[in-house]
Write a protein that binds this ligand. Structure first.
Ligand code: UDP
Ligand code: MN
Length: 326
């Protein structure tokens, strides 16, 4: 704490001095008009350098302010999240990071759908202030969704979630690590209350999901404290007619059942069932969110931004500056 304080003081002194120096430079600019062009150039380079260091220090200070919240008595929430490169990716990750920063003992397992880990996600994670693991696996060609395919045609993020599960099994210990595993999409919207709820999961817990399945919400129907059927339009007879965002699994159960994973070759709507069938039966499910009457997660989808003018500029040979990350 004392070190943090003295670091803050040091930064403050640095800012006051560097801002003062800059002001002095600006106010006395006239003086330099008489200097030679070589001196002028050096001065400009130095000013630029100063600005660069100032920006770096400011960034460091911002990173120091982002402190992951910890409480040793609580189980960790391991959020496995597939993600893929597209224009809105950094915006989505920023939005989510700013939610997850408020969640105690949170471990973000971000799995890129790519042959290697990208620079964008690598530097994003390094400064996001959240505990994370960065993995990648490319979806096999035959299972990739084409530009013109409707989004329900093939399941997405399957291999990425399986790689996340594999990481848990290789790095965590059944006896000493206490946790809850959640499968998050990078475009959904999560209430902080959802994480408080799921932290109690002993086996598999379930709750409603908003804006999904072409309905306002889908939900497990609870009678006398037990899940008895699924409120959904599309095939309610599925073993677990529930969206990926609507359940969490205790880490113990994942580690005890190493064969349990998502099936890539699966009929539409059966992806969630392909994992859960290995782990639990319907009557053992733990209904959360006030007996599954509250919506705390929304299956939002982000509109694909139009790039008409951007593409026109490319054709004109005047593309936008690739050094500016969006
Ligand atoms: N995803 C992926 N590769 C893809 C398409 C999607 O890894 O080619 C990820 C995506 O970033 C998201 C998850 O898989 O975290 C689910 O995809 P999406 O949100 O598009 O599916 P939907 O919400 O429509 O079911
Ligand atoms: Mn989604």
């Amino acid at each position: 704490m004392a070190r943090l304080l003295s670091l803050k003081k040091l930064l403050l002194v640095y800012f006051v001095m560097s801002t003062g120096a800059l002001l002095w430079l600006i106010l006395n600019f006239g003086l330099f008009c008489h200097t030679s062009s070589k001196e002028e150039e050096t001065l400009l380079t130095k000013t630029r350098e100063l600005r660069h260091w100032e920006e770096r220090l400011r960034r460091r200070e911002r990173d120091l302010q982002k402190k992951p919240q910890q409480d040793a008595s609580l189980p960790t929430i391991y959020a496995i999240m597939p993600t893929h490169t597209r224009h809105v990716q950094k915006a989505e990750l920023t939005r989510l990071a700013q939610t997850f920063l408020h969640v105690k003992n949170f471990h973000w397992i971000l799995v890129e759908d790519s042959h290697s880990r990208t620079d964008l996600v690598t530097s994003f994670l390094a400064s996001c202030g959240i505990k994370y693991t960065h993995l990648n696996i490319k979806t096999p060609e035959d299972y990739q969704l084409k530009e013109t395919d409707p989004n329900w045609l093939k399941p997405r993020g399957v291999e990425q979630r399986n790689v996340g599960l594999q990481w848990l099994r290789e790095h965590l210990d059944e006896d000493s690590d206490k946790g809850v595993v959640y499968f998050a999409d990078d475009d959904n919207t999560y209430s902080l209350q959802l994480f408080d709820e799921m932290r109690q999961t002993r086996g598999v817990s379930v709750w409603p999901v908003g804006l999904v399945g072409g309905m306002r919400f889908e939900r497990p129907v609870v009678e006398h404290g037990r899940v008895v059927r699924w409120y959904t339009y599309w095939r309610p007879e599925r073993p677990f007619a529930i969206d990926m965002a609507g359940f969490a699994v205790n880490l113990q159960l994942i580690l005890e059942n190493p064969q349990a994973k998502f099936e890539l070759r699966v009929r539409r709507g059966y992806l969630e069932s392909s994992l859960l069938e290995h782990l639990i039966t319907m009557d053992e499910l733990e209904p959360l969110a006030d007996n599954c009457t509250k919506v705390l997660v929304w299956h939002t989808r982000t509109e694909k931004p139009k790039m008409k003018q951007e593409n026109q500029l490319i054709q004109l040979g005047r593309p936008s500056d690739p050094r500016i990350e969006v």
